[in-house]
Design a protein around this ligand. Structure first.
Ligand code: FES
Length: 143
């Protein structure tokens, strides 16, 4: 069996929604201290719905495929639903990742959460900090 699924290869070779949103309503940047990869996620929100999103990933193929898939999964979704996106769901949508590459999908989940948090913060929207507790470790490493 091939190490990477066709979907992973497709999203790695033809990533969707790559780039930057100049008028983003929320921007999340996360990094993995161990591998040094960095992911930046941009979201545009209208009436509580993510109407557009883009990403830039300076990292491995699995991180690129994961972020590409994550953008497809959150586009058109209400912001609070996007927050429910788990790395597991991203991996499933990609038809799997090798075990030692699972952390790359975690980066995608965290980048989405960081972008939503930024959107909430910029717009004075109250939230339960526990929603973003995983991010603190990430920001800690990254910072
Ligand atoms: Fe770092 Fe994939 S090896 S995110």
């Amino acid at each position: 069996m091939a190490l990477y699924s066709d979907k992973v290869m497709d999203h790695f070779q033809n990533p969707r929604n790559v780039g930057k949103l100049d008028d983003a309503d929320g921007i999340g940047e996360v990094g993995n201290a161990k591998c040094g990869d960095i992911m930046r996620m941009y979201i545009k929100v209208r009436d509580g719905v993510i109407v557009d999103c883009k990403f830039n990933t300076f990292g491995c193929g699995s991180a690129i495929a994961s972020s590409s898939m994550a953008t497809e999964m959150i586009k058109g979704k209400p912001v609070d639903e996007a927050l429910e996106l788990s790395n597991k769901a991203v991996v499933e949508a990609l038809d799997g990742l090798p075990a030692y590459k699972l952390h790359c999908s975690v980066l995608a989940e965290e980048a989405v959460k960081a972008a939503v948090k930024d959107y909430y913060d910029k717009n004075g929207i109250a939230y339960d900090p526990a929603l973003f507790s995983k991010l603190e470790d990430c920001e800690h490493c990254h910072g």
